[in-house]
Ligand binder design. Structure first.
Ligand code: 8IG
Length: 262
């Protein structure tokens, strides 16, 4: 939290805003949505803020933006990239953006990601609300005897609000694997039995950290590919980027409408 407070004070100084209201992390496929949220007031390179590293994944932007949410008095902090657990920089680095957002005054954390889908009816390009998760990393952002209840981790109020914007938005359970390799078909079959609808490499540790800090959490996945074994085609990062580009407009408008109602 000390590094996060330092990062928040640099953000406050650079944006000229002592606090922000809502924070978003844009995952694979969600990058182009930042422009649809509202006017970007300022943009800071990740490398200029304590604790942040430059983007490690192609298609991710290494900037933090301060955005004036359209038709609202609210200000959003938009993180154009995230640190993944598979980068090996530790759980603290993974949740640094979340803790920085909390230190910057944000009470809502919107976590987006690109992921594999287990339901054949969810074609690449389908956005899905995260209802619950399976954290298969065997890690936690919390240290010591912090026994946090996760029953309503993905805030029901925010999911209802998302459904007001789009009543057809499906909901699913997101399973986080460590990665960076994709799952084998057997691993996908395994988590299907366990109740997963989506597989990815992010979000659950960040959601736990946000909840532990008292933030409301909204998680939205973009299905960018069928999970291994669900479709006969092998997985490729190019397919992920293409699904993101194709869905950017729909996802951007969806997110902008949800954030506008917070
Ligand atoms: I984008 O199919 C994306 N991220 N684990 N599996 C996992 N992560 C992903 C996938 C996927 N697609």
């Amino acid at each position: 939290m000390d590094v996060a407070r330092g990062a928040a004070s640099v953000i406050a100084e650079r944006t000229g805003l002592p606090s922000h209201d809502v924070a978003l992390v844009l995952g694979s496929g969600w990058g182009p949505t930042a422009d649809l949220l509202g006017e970007t007031l300022s943009s800071i390179d990740n490398t200029e803020v304590p604790g942040f590293a430059k983007a490690a994944v192609e298609g991710h932007s290494g900037t933090i933006r301060s955005v004036h949410i359209a038709n609202s008095e609210r200000r959003a902090l938009v993180f154009g990239t995230r640190t993944h657990y598979y980068e090996g920089r530790g759980v603290r680095s993974v949740v640094h953006a979340v803790r920085t957002a909390a230190a910057a005054g944000c009470s809502t954390m919107v976590l987006t990601n690109g992921c594999g889908g287990l339901r054949p009816e969810w074609a690449p390009g389908t956005p899905v609300l995260i209802r619950d998760h399976l954290n298969l990393t065997a890690a936690s952002p919390l240290v010591g005897a912090t026994f946090v209840d996760l029953t309503d981790l993905y805030t029901p109020r925010l999911r209802e609000l998302a459904h007001e914007v789009d009543p057809d938005l499906p909901e699913g359970v997101y399973a986080q694997f460590r990665g960076p390799h994709y799952e084998t078909p057997a691993e996908v079959s395994m988590v299907k039995v366990l109740g997963a609808d989506l597989v990815g490499m992010s979000t659950t540790l960040e959601a736990i950290a946000a909840h532990a800090l008292g933030m409301e959490v909204l998680g939205i996945s973009l299905v960018t590919n069928a999970a291994a074994g669900i479709s006969p085609a092998p997985l490729s990062h190019e397919e992920v980027l293409e699904a993101g580009r194709a869905a950017a407009d729909r996802c951007g408008r969806l997110l902008a409408q949800i954030v506008g109602r917070l």
